[in-house]
Design a protein around this ligand. Structure first.
Ligand SMILES: [Zn+2]
Length: 348
């Protein structure tokens, strides 16, 4: 019998790899802009492979790729009829890959982009969107459900209420934009406290902010609540001046001219990429601070997740190929290496 999310969290950190949209966009299987996971229906084997890559890298959770597979997005690209098949297929793929390891399957709902504070009609539509997606996740037998990248407390409350009806464990993570507060003008910590009171099992932040600009807020959440805390930053070097990955701008004057509108988001963020060492450091720090639902969001690759897993003391399957520079032809120290190359190393 597989251990559930809450048992695992009680025993230590749980890793949840994310960022499928960015990775599959880079690989050429979905489009930046609308960011709809069409790949789930059009190239399902690619989604399966990516899940498997993350599983090998140490993810404890396979999150169904239903992010933005919701009614508002499908309408935008004229594929509303594909809504249900897309969700069911994404859930089936996640289940299949999770069963190859000891991983949990998570259902996923996210920001609807139609929520409007104080508008009852929008609240009704949001709830209906969440209900249909959560219903399909329950049918698929998921272990728990994540509501993520939500920047309105009001929208997160609806999401949590819909998840709570299922009796499954719930994870709610906010997206914190440049202002450093939720869009209803509530601090992240206050919002998290409200979500705790409403019965969530895990609360925290995901996406939008890199490690440096996310951690201060997750610490505040950690201090404010008693439930488990989640931290899933983007692997980009955000700064106090540019705290979100949307706000990052190219600094190299030689390269600025070729980036449309000088906005590096979303497909020119490469120069800001965090290394796996920074991700490892994040993992150690987050664990020490008592955060235990950890991952990396948009921009993450399997190498980041492996670094996170290893930082938490794990040895996932992919660790078989973790770096070993002792056999490098010039930087190595293996006695079988040619001495002349080793002496030439500092001239490389
Ligand atoms: Zn993200």
């Amino acid at each position: 019998m597989k251990q559930g999310l809450l048992e695992r969290l009680a025993a230590g950190p749980v890793i949840c790899a994310e960022g499928y949209l960015f990775e599959l966009e880079r690989r050429g299987y979905l489009q930046a802009g609308a960011y709809v996971p069409e790949v789930v229906l059009d190239f399902p084997e690619q989604v399966e492979n990516l899940h498997r890559d993350f599983l090998r890298a140490g993810s404890d959770v396979i999150e169904a790729f239903t992010y933005y597979a919701h009614r508002e997005k499908l309408r935008l690209i004229g594929r509303e009829n594909d809504l249900e098949p897309m969700n069911r297929q994404a859930l089936a793929i996640a289940r299949k890959v999770a069963a190859e390891g000891d991983a949990l399957v998570a259902g996923n709902i996210c920001n609807t982009n139609i929520y409007e504070a104080g508008n009852k009609d929008s609240a009704r539509q949001v709830r209906a969107m969440f209900e249909e997606q959560v219903g399909w996740a329950v049918d698929a037998g998921v272990d728990f459900i994540v509501a993520e990248t939500i920047s309105w407390l009001g929208e997160a409350e609806i999401a949590l209420d819909v998840i709570r009806q299922t009796k499954l464990p719930s994870v709610v993570t906010f997206a914190l934009h440049r202002q450093g507060e939720l869009r209803d003008k509530v601090s992240a910590a206050e919002g998290a406290k409200k979500i705790e009171q409403l019965g969530a099992d895990v609360v925290g932040l995901n996406c939008i902010r890199g490690i440096r600009t996310m951690m201060p807020y997750v610490k505040q959440i950690r201090d404010a609540v008693k439930i488990h805390v989640a931290a899933l930053p983007v692997p980009y070097r955000t700064t106090t001046a540019e705290p979100t990955f949307e706000s990052l701008t190219e600094k190299d004057p030689e390269c600025q001219h070729c980036i449309p509108d000088r906005r590096s988001f979303p497909v020119a963020l490469d120069p800001f990429q965090a290394t796996r060492y920074e991700i490892a450091e994040f993992g150690r720090e987050a664990q020490a601070l008592g955060m235990n639902y950890l991952g990396v969001c948009c921009g993450a690759g399997p190498h980041h997740i492996r670094a996170l897993a290893e930082a938490l003391g794990r040895k996932p399957a992919a660790s078989r190929f973790s770096p070993d520079m002792s056999k490098h032809y010039a930087y190595g120290n293996d006695t079988r290496l040619k001495q002349a190359n080793r002496e030439y190393a500092e001239r490389l």
